[in-house]
Design a protein around this ligand. Sequence first.
Ligand code: GLU
Length: 394
Amino acid sequence: MDQLSDRINSLPISATLAMAAKARELKEQGIDVIGLSLGEPDFNTPEFIKAAAIQAVEDNYNAYTPVDGYAELKQAICQKFQRDNQLTYQPNQVVVSTGAKQSIANVAMVLLNPGDEVLLPAPYWVSYSAIATLAEAESVVIPSSIESDFKITPEQLEAAITPKTKLIIFNSPNNPSGTIYTEAEYRALAKVLEKYPNIYILSDEIYEHINYGEKPFSFAAIENMYDRTITVNGVAKAFAMTGWRIGYIGAPAWIAKACNKMQGQITSGANCIAQRATIAALEAPVSAIQYMVDEFRNRRSLIIDLLRTIPGLTVNEPQGAFYVFPDVSYYFGKSIQGQLIENADDFALFLLEHAHVATVSGTAFGAPDCLRISYAASEAQIREALSRMAKVLG
Ligand code: GLU
């Protein structure tokens, strides 16, 4: 441990991946754990995407790709941005990476200097703060709660800005809360940012297609924000392609160029077969994946109904993504089955040990009163998990 760098020693373990690993470990011991911790669609990758990958293997796509992605893929990404987000990007503004996580890390590495501040409207995805730490920047959390539907206000944003603020990370639909900012809400936040031209905006839109009514609005579509916004997306969530690892950005050309340079020294281009498959995914009409969204919608209703029968849990109705984020603070300071629950970490651990249900504590998401439950699981698993939770909490 002493020999390891300060960089790695100060880096927290990814709470989402850690919980998934813990659940896997218990399963290997023969314990029937229901995993509702990982944000991962339980569908198979659609056949037409698999076929494109098989074809790519047959066609001998095996060599290094351009560092920033195949030209055809970047073209498909530009068309997707135009079609779905009314955003005009040229291929030199696009960089394809090994998952949206790498896209975000690239942006952090090329924009942040030690001591810069990164604003994180909470709740925020666990890796944003860890990536900021890796870039030697400081995370500044802007809190929210279930009462404000997990949204921050322009006043809060303004109050959090300092001369050191360099980046703000928006994520709508949000992981973990499922919250979607409306166009008007985003425009009100942009009004504040207008006054601070040195602040950049990373808009993580990975859950874009998984929404239940309110179509998410792209931050870069605000005219005077386009030149300061990096739009991050990928195919993992919407196309059930988590393991294929393809993410991408649309950004000002100078930022894209810097990300290309960064990636060229760390990983080179993303996997060639996955890139070919992604062309098929992005060129298909969005209706091709609607069946998954419809299924997530049904599961959302189911899990909310079941959660509302458990006393002490307060739950809002998420508008997108596939997580519910109940406030569980009612249980803090109470003993259940002889075990004292002091915080959300204890609560998540209690559920894992006593109900064999894996969830993720809200602490790592900057919302220590809450618990993230993923409903990217079958209806039967959701029913069983919630019935176990009701039993141990009742
Ligand atoms: N983004 C997913 C989640 O939040 C996958 C795990 C991860 O990369 O954090 O569960």
